[in-house]
Ligand binder design. Sequence first.
Ligand code: PLP
Length: 429
Amino acid sequence: MNMNLVEIDKNNIWHPFTQMKTADNPLVITKGKDALLYDDKGDTYIDAVSSWWVNVHGHSNPYIAKKIYQQLQTLEHVIFAGFTHQPAIELSERLLHYLPHQDKIFFSDNGSTAVEVALKMSIQFFYNQGKEKNTIIALDDAYHGDTFGAMSAGGDSHFNDPFKNHLFKIKRIPTPVVGREKECIKKLKKIIKNNKVCSFIFEPLIQGAGGMIMYDEKILDELIAICKKNNILCIADEVMTGFYRTGKIFASNYLKNKPDITCLSKGLTGGTLPLSITTCNDKIYNAFLSNDKMKTFFHGHSFTGNPVGCSAALASLDLFEKKETQKNIQRIIKHHTKFYNKIKNHSTIENIRMKGTILALDFKTQNDTSYFNSIRDRLYSFFLDRKVILRPLGNVVYIMPPYCITKKQLYKVYSVIEEALNTFGNRSK
Ligand SMILES: *Cc1c(COP(=O)(O)O)cnc(C)c1O
């Protein structure tokens, strides 16, 4: 039976980000509960990466499940052009309450499409006004998704080599990590002077897939201020940072200068269903209002505003508004801080950092920090053998747990990382 499932999988299924020729057999997961995943061999794993960063309240949360079931019995889906429904309306009210600088909500299905929508809004905003401003600025090492616009906005990555000639031109500035702030500002000003820039897109405070690169809110505030002064729209891609990953509900809450557009997905539905939202302010929205049909935002997906997804998102917000969830988030931050202080001087660590519920560290290696680093595969297997799911990005190991993770589970995660530091320390080449 077990072998059968894997055999059929191998015959039929092409997995994401996976070299199918050399990949190990996938694990067959039969059940998920809170921070744990169970496989068909009777093994239990701690999901320390929240299943690709989406899961915030733990697996198979009964409250979200109940709300989804109720919605499915009432209205599973309806076309969203010319029609609307209660879950989308209620979600718009509640989300905009948390994003006071935003006025409108546009739905799509995943993080990449939320970014596509944001980029298209920012380009058409100026087009509709007859202004020739269409250059987009992005940060080095950025990741915004895998569709073409999102790939274009992403940092140079070998993953995109086959498509290089098909990506549109983007202007890049260095990620303003400590020591590179001045260079970043200088480059931004130079690009603005020589180009007709429509927007600046960034992952606020933490670049996720780029390697959990963290930078300060003060420098981001400065970059946004420069953009605003030059009539450039600012797009905060909060697909990963949203929903308390940084300790606050949105990373933008750390900023004085607020973005014009925000992209949300991943934690939006509590990690249960694909749904995403691009929010914008009325300045942008109003530029699309016209008797001229050609100024319409001609964008939409079949499942735009799916009621079941919206109900899951509402249930997730209910849970976030519970004291217990907020306590859990603070508890993770407290334990992360302790672990950070305990291991920060370990000789195998090159760079350790944390923000909110995310803790990341670089394993010292001779090679450059690339995904293809062999240490990545060895670390991944090392953790999996110890029943902890951690997916290093190259030599970067990070923890991004569901907030319901128990203290005991969290310390198990810490202990396998410490064991890896001691094990790989002397023999990593
Ligand atoms: C994951 C991610 C995306 C893409 O989201 P998908 O749902 O995988 O398409 C976009 N931006 C950021 C910052 C992300 O972390």
